[in-house]
Design a protein around this ligand. Structure first.
Ligand code: F6R
Length: 254
């Protein structure tokens, strides 16, 4: 696990966008799984500009949805697919036919989750772009989540309902159930970027990077995954203190 600390959120967004763009330019047929949420919005904005500048071909990318709320009507503004379309798919120009969705309206959710895992396992993810929940969740793999957890329906913890409340006008507006890509397919990604910004993520980030991996902090299992880079701004990883991270390469500044 590599930790790159940037001066601020804008620098974090630029650095992450560069990494994602490098992969897309090198492998235009790459499979990506992309988080929604606030943190990656800046990186996606930068990425759209960078890809235009580099005249990259996005027509053959494959993009997997990371998570989706349950119990919504298909056109509900709270759908995470809608968020993903607005913040990344449309700005990049990724054809919707190339998106593997988590089908929250499938008559048989368990079968839909198995189909997603099969599609993900077929080629594997070249890149996972993830955010960090204040409770240590990855996607909606709420704690406790073991590293072999499959794609599945879950109930949000109260902590996640509360932290997502501001996005939807209050905690009472947040759906309580979701489906999430499983820990198992996420941890198998060939490259992972974990984007972490802001003081409210400070404590949980230290647990992710420095403490032994535990189902109580699902993101801590990234310590065991291949080719993981944590991009944190100084708010999230103040300097000092010096990092004594899970991997000796951690603690670099950008
Ligand atoms: C979003 C997702 C979540 C968020 C996490 C951090 O698709 O799966 O795991 O990445 O809750 O959210 P922000 O970035 O809004 O702090």
């Amino acid at each position: 696990m590599d930790l790159i600390v940037t001066d601020d959120y804008d620098a974090l967004s630029r650095a992450a966008a560069e990494r994602i763009a490098d992969l897309i330019v090198t492998k235009p047929t790459a499979s990506l799984v992309l988080a929604t949420g606030e943190t990656p919005i800046g990186a996606y904005r930068e990425l759209a500009a960078t890809l235009r500048q580099r005249r990259a071909d996005v027509s053959r990318l494959r993009v997997f949805q990371l998570d989706e709320y349950l119990d919504l009507e298909p056109d509900d503004r709270r759908s995470l697919f809608g968020w993903m379309a607005r913040t990344v798919l449309d700005p990049l120009g990724v054809p919707l036919a190339n998106v593997v969705r988590l089908d929250a309206n499938a008559p048989d959710l368990a079968a839909a989750c198995r189909a997603y895992d099969a599609a993900a396992a077929a080629g594997g993810f070249d890149l996972a772009v993830l955010g960090l929940g204040p409770n240590g969740h990855l996607g909606f793999n709420e704690p406790p989540a073991p590293p072999d957890a499959p794609t599945r329906a879950i109930t949000l913890t109260e902590a996640s309902v509360a932290s997502n409340g501001p996005y939807w006008g209050g905690a009472d507006q947040v759906p309580h159930r979701a489906i999430t890509a499983g820990m198992s397919v996420l941890l198998a990604a060939r490259q992972t970027l974990l984007l972490v910004s802001g003081a409210r993520k400070r404590q949980i980030l230290r647990r992710v990077v420095e403490e032994p991996a535990t189902p109580d902090v699902p993101a801590s299992f990234l310590q065991r995954a291949a080719n993981v880079t944590v991009f944190a701004d100084r708010e999230a990883w103040p300097s000092p203190p010096p990092a004594r991270a899970a991997n000796p390469s951690a603690g670099r500044s950008a």
